[in-house]
Write a protein that binds this ligand. Structure first.
Ligand code: NAP
Ligand code: ZN
Length: 351
């Protein structure tokens, strides 16, 4: 099947309309008409070759929601018309310790939704900046939010699970003081989720202008991280910090805010290394610096259901596909509250 998409032909080229091929659904496949796709900062890193190994043309997008339009003969969980989502992966080996644990995200054979190796032409996966996608049913998620929230559900498929998973892993809950660094797509979801889990949430931002908005998202306190006096007031007080910043920065400024035995988990994936940490900041209080990658399929469904129960969606700005390049520039300036989502119906204009 030929479908309209948006992608880049090289790292220094803007995204533009192109046509891609989707396989006919196999026995275990679900074919999805994509209604909306969120724009993750990872899309920009990948499409601009800020990370290694980008294959071109590159069609990004891993915050996909839409309706099932066809299913293979052996598909049991989904039927035509269902509201579904696809996140950051579309396959894994299915037979390693990680896959058996429902942590397919950590499988060495995990296939990312775009730029992942596939037998389908052209040899690498194309993502959600497209009209349709065909995915094995094991990687399809059920959406239980009301349909009118669909566009705002899209970012849960990456920004939601990438923040939910570490918050759960480090057992965030009532009585804990939790920091979220960076109020972008991931960070704003981190604030909402940590708040819903009952923690006392402190948001860290470089943008003075986000101070009031962060409170509306559920932050109990907001710290502008450039203000050293504000930072110092929180020394040695955090049980957990989730760092979502997309650029290289001084981690020590946040590590010293952790209590003894507490952890800062990094989810931001900048293209250049951080200048830190100083080992003494870790040693002196037995602190940990950790990382976390999206989340497994069972936990992604758990997160979607948690969000549906708590009425949580992303704060979005809906755009037409022809606005993607402008959206990238605005995302780089931190000028989005807090996630751009593409209305994929606008791609039909180019067919
Ligand atoms: P985003 O919407 O651009 O948000 C990043 C935020 O970081 C910005 O809004 C800004 O927040 C802050 N920031 C940016 N530049 C900064 C700098 N130089 N110093 C300090 N703060 C800065 O990006 P996103 O989509 O949330 O993604 C964030 C990062 O996570 C990206 O690197 C992305 O690739 C990565 N990611 C990782 C995973 C994973 O599985 N680990 C999954 C998805 C994305 P303030 O204005 O509040 O300071
Ligand atoms: Zn993402």
């Amino acid at each position: 099947m030929l479908v309209q998409a948006y992608g880049a032909q090289a790292g220094d080229q803007p995204l533009a309309p192109l046509e891609i091929t989707r396989r006919a659904p196999g026995e275990h496949d679900v074919q999805i008409d994509i209604a909306y796709c969120g724009i993750c900062h990872s899309d920009l890193h990948q499409v601009r070759s800020e990370w290694a190994g980008t294959q071109y043309p590159c069609v990004p997008g891993h915050e996909i929601v839409g309706r099932v339009s066809a299913v293979g003969a052996h598909v049991t969980g989904f039927k035509t018309g269902d509201l579904v989502g696809v996140g950051c992966m579309v396959d894994s080996c299915g037979d390693c310790e990680e896959c058996h644990a429902g942590l397919e995200n950590y499988c060495d054979g995990m296939v990312p939704t775009y730029n992942g190796a596939t037998p389908d032409a052209p040899g690498w996966t194309h993502g959600g900046y497209s009209q349709a996608i065909v995915v094995n049913q094991r990687y399809v998620l059920r959406i239980r939010h009301p349909e009118e929230q669909l566009a705002a559900v899209a970012p849960l498929l990456c920004a939601g699970i990438t923040t939910y998973s570490p918050l759960r892993h480090w057992k965030v809950g009532p009585g804990m003081k939790v920091g979220v660094v960076g109020i972008g797509g991931l960070g704003h979801m981190g604030i909402k989720l940590a708040h819903a889990m009952g923690a006392h949430v402190v948001a860290f931002t470089t943008s003075e202008s986000k101070r009031a908005a962060a409170k509306a998202l559920g932050a109990d306190e907001v710290v502008v991280s450039r203000h050293t006096d504000e930072m110092a007031a929180h020394a040695k007080s955090f049980d957990f910090i989730l760092n979502t910043v997309a650029a290289s920065h001084d981690l020590d400024a946040f590590l010293v805010l952790l209590k003894r035995d507490a952890t800062m988990a990094l989810v931001g994936a900048p293209s250049t290394p951080h200048p830190s940490p100083q080992v003494f900041d870790l040693i002196m209080k037995r602190r940990s610096l950790a990382g976390s990658l999206i989340g497994g399929i069972p936990e992604t469904q758990e997160m979607l259901d948690f969000c549906a129960r708590h009425g949580i969606v992303s704060d979005i700005e809906l755009i037409g596909a022809d606005q993607i390049n402008v959206a990238y520039e605005r995302m780089l300036k931190g000028d989005v509250k807090y996630r751009f989502v593409i209305d994929n119906a606008t791609m039909a204009r180019h067919s």
